[in-house]
Write a new protein. Sequence first.
Length: 123
Amino acid sequence: MYSEKVMAHFNAPQNVRFMLNPDGVGESGEPGCGDHCMIFIKVSEDVISDISFQIFGCCGAIASASMTTVLAKGKTLADALAITEQDVVDALDGLPEAKQHCSNIGVSALRAAIYDYEGKKGG
Ligand code: FES
């Protein structure tokens, strides 16, 4: 049902931790499932220098949020904003049809974190 990459990120999520004093914080949720995600970012010269997340969610949501942080780390804010749900699904070698929406949660939280950062900077 799930790819090996999904299971690897579910069993050992990358960058899962609380972050003290982040430059930006974003939240997202899937009301239909009750899943909820927070992403924290540190930004240095327009690049995401550190990123972490916390989540309450299903296997697909955990793996998707983990992969979102892997894809975003080290990217410029513009490139991170361009990460799509499909990018996450592709990087995970796919998600089952019924779990495609799980890819939204990390990407939405990432975008919210970047907008939070830009709002604080007056951008
Ligand atoms: Fe709804 Fe995964 S976020 S089943």
